[in-house]
Design a protein around this ligand. Structure first.
Ligand code: AMP
Ligand code: FE
Ligand code: FE
Ligand code: ZN
Length: 285
């Protein structure tokens, strides 16, 4: 599936919870032979400029994006937003608010973990790039550095699991508000991994209809977290609502097994995204 010139619309850098800096993500995308890569850090546009600069002279296209945290019935729903205006006041303030929520939530989790394990907040900060959107992966990296767990996945399967006894939620807007926020900033809203556990369980038909009415443009149909059997349902949803369908890796560098280009998006679907997005433009180096 690593077609030369492939289009991968979901990747993370150290601006959130990836392990490579934005320039490293772009370099790896070039090495993987991709034609287009989107940088979609959680709740942040901070990596865009470095990614554009790294693309210069390579011929690759970098699509500026975000992965917005939203929440519905205690379930976490991620909404990808392509080509939004990073200076849009409503979006910028929502992203800043989310990063702040996540910071305090991570502090609460570390406080609880510290009661049972040799872990401090300074250990977590040592694993976090300045200004990055902080998340459980940074706590995981600190647990690895302390020798408490072997890798991120082991941390997520135990101490950081939502039923692991230390989990803390953070406030986030509802998906409907998230979709409206992205669309209002000229961006193209796409539900990330809709067939993964949380969205699959809470996104009922009427809720999907409401999201489409609010400007939802697409769904990430091909993603390794979409559950077995969910693909049929979402293929049908996409057809009925005429949604763009994407395929992406959700690359996090060494932090997850996901490899760039493991799923890709058809050129016709990518063209619809570019046509709809009005807040920023892809950068071709
Ligand atoms: P948070 O948003 O802080 O609750 O953490 C969830 C993030 O952790 C997701 O965006 C994933 O990128 C990452 N994540 C989830 N599960 C794993 C895992 N098993 N290994 C590594 N990273 C993970
Ligand atoms: Fe992530
Ligand atoms: Fe996600
Ligand atoms: Zn992601």
């Amino acid at each position: 599936m690593r077609a030369r010139g492939g289009i991968d619309l979901h990747a993370h850098s150290t601006a959130s919870d990836g392990t490579l800096p934005p320039a490293g993500v772009v370099a790896e995308a070039v090495a993987a032979g991709l034609g287009v890569v989107a940088l979609t850090d959680h709740d942040s546009t901070a990596g865009w400029d470095e990614a554009f600069a790294a693309a210069r002279g390579t011929g690759i296209t970098v699509v500026p994006g975000i992965e917005l945290s939203t929440q519905l019935d205690y379930a976490s729903i991620h909404v990808l937003g392509y080509l939004p205006d990073p200076a849009d006041a409503a979006l910028a303030s929502a992203l800043a608010g989310l990063r702040d929520e996540r910071l305090h939530r991570a502090e609460r989790m570390v406080e609880r973990i510290a009661a049972d394990y040799d872990l401090t907040w300074a250990d977590v900060l040592a694993q976090t790039a300045p200004g990055a959107t902080i998340g459980r992966p940074h706590i995981a990296d600190a647990l690895v550095a302390k020798g408490i767990v072997p890798d991120r996945s082991a941390a997520f399967a135990s101490i950081l699991h939502w039923r692991g006894g230390y989990y803390q939620p953070h406030r986030a807007p509802e998906p409907l508000a998230g979709v409206a926020l992205i669309a209002g900033a000229g961006g193209v809203p796409v539900i990330a991994h809709p067939g993964s556990r949380a969205p699959q369980s809470v996104l009922s038909e009427p809720r999907i209809r409401a999201l489409v009415d609010a400007g939802l443009a697409g769904i990430e149909l091909r993603h390794r977290d979409n559950l077995e059997g969910a693909r049929e349902r979402w293929t049908d949803v996409a057809r009925r609502f005429d949604l763009i369908v994407t395929g992406s890796s959700d690359f996090h560098g060494a932090g997850k097994p996901n490899r760039l280009g493991e799923n890709t998006t058809d050129p016709a679907d990518y063209a619809r995204i570019v046509e709809l997005g009005s807040g920023s433009v892809p950068y071709t180096g």
